[in-house]
Every structure is written in C-alpha cells, then in structure tokens.
Design a protein around this ligand. Structure first.
Ligand code: SF4
Length: 164
C-alpha cells in the first residue's frame, strides 16, 4: 500500500463545502467529463486552474497529524478535481484515519453518479461516516440546497448521500 497521496493543495480549514469545519484536500486529476459531454471547452470548469498547480506528494501520516492537531476541524473533504480518479489513494487515506481510530466524517465531492462508481461505493461502505456528493456540474443550472451537506450545490442535479 502506498503511504502517500498526490494532491494539488490542502486547506486546513474550509467552512463553505460542508456543515462542519473541514480540512479540504484537492485531488490532481479529472477527465473534465462535465464539459466534454456537453461539447464545451474544459477551461470553463471552475477547477480548471487547479490543473496548472504543481502536484504535491504528501505522506498520509503527515496529513493525519496535520488534521488531528487542528481542534477546529471535524471532517475531511476530498474534492476537485476528481478524487475518484485516484481511488486507491482515497481508500488508503481513509483507511489510515480509521486505523488511528478517527471516525470523523469524510465527504467526497465527485462528478460521477452512483451507478458509475458502484464498485467504489461498495468498498468505501466498510468505513464509518462516509458522505458522497454526486453528479456533474451543469453550467447555468440553478443551485440547490443539500440537507446532508448543509450547503448549496452548484447544479440542481447534484445531491449527497451518507453511504455509511
Ligand atoms: S468533475 Fe469537477 S473538476 Fe471534473 S469537470 Fe466536473 S466540475 Fe470540473
């Protein structure tokens, strides 16, 4: 098992993407499906600029230490680009936190729908307190308030589920 993850950035305190104060980890890859499928320029993605940032390899134990040292945060958000492009790293990261008896919420922001990532959902169900926000970003869609996340999502087709 790799003991590191590759990220674009880690923000220690995020208050806008979940109802609890969270560490936000930005994963480094996406196929830009939300835009490709609509025949739109991928540069329209709000996360496109993140692609240009350098990749950072960081050891999972360092991420954990950084998280537990901060008394403000109660959850970890894995977001964009597309965390499921690096599913093994997502899995190893959550697995490490659970081995250390940290059962805090993990919130995964994916552009996939549940039927596209069934195998990943099944694997993650073994961990407690996993929440997944599903669905493509659709430009010009109305936003929608999501009760599970406690925040507004950008497109009305998007929704969150607590899978475990
Ligand atoms: S999944 Fe996220 S990063 Fe990828 S195209 Fe959609 S909005 Fe952009």
């Amino acid at each position: 098992m790799n003991d590191f993850i590759t990220v674009k950035s880690i923000v220690d305190e995020n208050f806008q993407d979940y109802k609890k104060a969270s560490m936000f980890i930005a994963f480094p890859k996406c196929d830009f499906k939300c835009f490709q499928e609509l025949g739109l320029e991928i540069s329209g993605c709000q996360n496109y600029e993140i692609l240009k940032m350098p990749d950072i390899k960081i050891k999972i134990d360092k991420v954990f230490e950084r998280y537990v040292k901060n008394p403000i945060t109660e959850a970890v958000i894995l977001g964009g680009l597309e965390p499921f492009f690096n599913f093994d790293e997502v899995y190893n990261l959550i697995s490490y936190f659970r081995q250390k008896n940290c059962n805090d919420d993990f919130v995964i922001y994916t552009g996939y729908y549940p039927n596209e990532v069934e195998n990943y959902i099944e694997k993650l169900k073994k961990f407690k307190n996993i929440i997944i926000k599903f669905g493509r970003f659709i430009p010009k869609s109305a936003s929608v308030f999501d009760k599970i996340l406690g925040v507004k999502l950008a497109s009305k087709n998007q929704f969150a589920e607590k899978i475990s």
